[in-house]
Design a protein around this ligand. Structure first.
Ligand code: SAM
Ligand code: SF4
Ligand code: SF4
Length: 300
């Protein structure tokens, strides 16, 4: 990290924690909601099927940069499906870097070749062992694993959304992260129960058990990109929501924290670890701030 970037983040931290500033630092740009999969737990794919134009994406990036965002995620739908007028995902990543975002990451279902060394992280969704993953994501496990192994860069982080169907394969995903070439770490979320996927929600008892497994794996040296100090708040949904330091932009519309903010009652049952982790750190929880610094410096 450059000194100027470190100083920006330090100033942001001071303004946010001490002076209660509500400026965002993390932002996601939705490139399209089109997707080649139709996962059991997902409520955000193929609603409009639109691929936003290159100009729209650049304008979205410019707007959130002006608002203060420096950590950028490119999201979907499936971002590797995005292309417009000869531009592909790589062009967006390069443009974001040129425009001064400190880190640019992509979240993908991993079914397309991941030749994107310019991204700081490629978050690849892996929702269990082969059986559980395929139950949720169709018959894609082998393709995803092959694409991970064939990726030319070691910038991959596995991304698992834990729900009723795959709650018993957290250990397997941890071990896959530890033993698979090109994988730097693994990061977890709990299922966020949109009205149409209510039946996949985990109880606080189930969440507690899963956090226990993640903790055990951390102790065994598995590189987990989550903050254990946030677990008690995540289990009981007692973290501050929505997270004001994060935003999502889609086709010019900005949402505080996530697009899910528009679904009544969802924030109180939020399963997104980032919302808890950033929300707690930026509300001044010292233990979470220290954990965040230690974990991010180690794995990013
Ligand atoms: C919406 S997808 C978009 C990117 C890409 N298509 C993928 O699957 O990674 C981003 C992440 O959100 C997760 N996700 C989808 N629905 C969710 C839900 N209801 N609760 C928690 N995570 C969810 C997915 O598993 C995936 O890891
Ligand atoms: S691949 Fe991603 S966007 Fe597509 S259906 Fe699955 S979770 Fe949703
Ligand atoms: S706190 Fe609300 S808006 Fe933020 S990620 Fe969770 S459900 Fe979405």
């Amino acid at each position: 990290m450059k000194l100027s970037e470190f100083l920006y983040l330090l100033a942001f931290g001071i303004k946010t924690v001490i002076f209660r500033n509500k400026q965002p630092i993390v932002g996601s740009v939705i490139l399209t909601d089109r997707c080649n999969l139709n996962c059991r737990h997902c409520s955000v794919n193929n609603i409009t099927g639109k691929i936003y134009s290159y100009e729209q994406i650049i304008s979205d990036m410019e707007l959130i940069y002006k608002m203060g965002v420096r950590m950028l995620f490119l999201y979907g739908g499936e971002p590797f499906l995005w292309n417009d007028g000869g531009h592909a995902l790589r062009d967006i990543v390069l443009e974001a870097k040129k425009r001064g975002f400190f880190s640019v990451s992509v979240v993908t279902n991993g079914t397309f070749p991941m030749d994107l060394p310019e991204a700081d992280l490629i978050m690849v969704s892996l929702d269990g062992d082969r059986t559980r993953h395929n139950l949720i994501r169709g018959n894609t496990y082998d393709t995803v694993m092959e694409n991970i192994r064939n990726s030319p860069s070691g910038n991959i982080c596995l991304y698992m959304s834990v729900n009723k169907l795959n709650k018993d394969s957290v250990r397997e995903v941890c071990l896959t992260a530890q033993t698979t070439v090109n994988v730097r770490a693994v990061s977890f979320n709990f299922h966020t129960p949109y009205p149409d996927t209510e039946e996949l929600a985990l109880s606080p008892e189930e969440k507690e058990k899963i956090c226990g497994v993640i903790l055990e794996m951390m102790k065994k040296g598995v590189p987990v990109l989550n903050l254990k100090t946030a677990f008690p708040y995540i289990i009981k949904n007692t973290f501050p929501v929505p997270c004001r330091q994060s935003l999502v932009i889609e086709n010019g519309t900005v949402y505080t924290c996530g697009r899910c903010i528009a679904t009544p009652g969802l924030c109180g049952r939020c399963g997104y670890f980032f919302a808890a982790e950033y929300g707690l750190a930026f509300s001044g929880k010292i233990s979470v701030i220290a954990d965040m610094l230690k974990t991010y410096l180690k794995y990013i």
